[in-house]
Design a protein around this ligand. Structure first.
Ligand SMILES: [Zn+2]
Length: 226
């Protein structure tokens, strides 16, 4: 056993784990990937998309960043990996779902109420994408939880500024899913646009259709900006 633990793990994957997936990956290479879900999640190490969703290879197109934030569509503020991933997932992969997944005890959200080291100029700028979600209070556990959830909704709204996303959401070929994962409970709370609440998955009626899924009023009027 080498004393480089990471190298040992790489070898273990290749020798022990990969053989079980060999055929699956062969197909995914020959036929290409066809993931149906774009998963935008916080980089936090405790958020494990494959565990949460039970997804396997080829199912999730994942982009992760500090805070699970969506940058503005304008494209004028630098090189946006997350924006590029959204465009690729929607236009090339033609995903049918976009998940935005925040979580409890999120360091990015907590930092909205605190100090960023002066040297972290990129981080400071990036956190601006969540600032609107912050509450004018001294943050306790409840306020932080609310801010985490408000940040998820804020990102869903910003997603709708991407023309290719808005078009598909309005025509019903893409659904939006706002999730808040409570690490200590192992449960995702799903944003319900009709009540504005986050509902534990155990009680939710859907995994979330986002804030802009067409909503038909009693009189038959279709409201898109519900
Ligand atoms: Zn986080």
């Amino acid at each position: 056993m080498p004393d480089d633990e990471l190298l040992a793990r790489l070898r273990r994957f290749n020798e022990d784990a990969f053989p079980q997936y060999r055929e699956q990956f062969k197909t995914l290479v020959e036929d290409g990937q066809h993931p149906t879900t774009l998963f935008i999640g916080c980089s936090d190490s405790r958020l494990v998309p494959y565990l949460l969703t039970g997804a396997g290879p080829g199912e999730l197109f994942i982009v992760r960043n500090v805070g699970a934030f969506v940058p503005p569509y304008d494209g004028s503020h630098g090189l946006h990996g997350t924006a590029a991933a959204i465009e690729f997932a929607v236009l090339s992969l033609q995903v049918s779902r976009i998940v935005v997944c925040g979580h409890s005890h999120c360091g990015a959200i907590k930092t909205l109420y605190g100090e960023v080291p002066a040297e972290a100029q990129n981080l400071r700028r990036w956190l601006d994408l969540g600032r609107e979600a912050a509450l004018p209070v001294v943050p306790g556990p409840e306020a932080l939880r609310r801010t985490e959830q408000r940040a998820v909704v804020l990102q869903l709204e910003r997603l709708m500024d991407y023309p290719m996303v808005r078009r598909r959401v309005e025509e019903g070929s893409i659904t939006l899913h706002g999730w808040h994962y409570v690490i200590e409970d192992g449960e995702v709370h799903v944003f319900d646009v009709r009540t504005g609440d986050f509902v534990p998955a155990s009680r939710a009626t859907s995994s979330g259709t986002g804030p802009y899924h067409p909503y038909v009023e009693h009189d038959g009027q279709v409201l898109v900006d519900a």
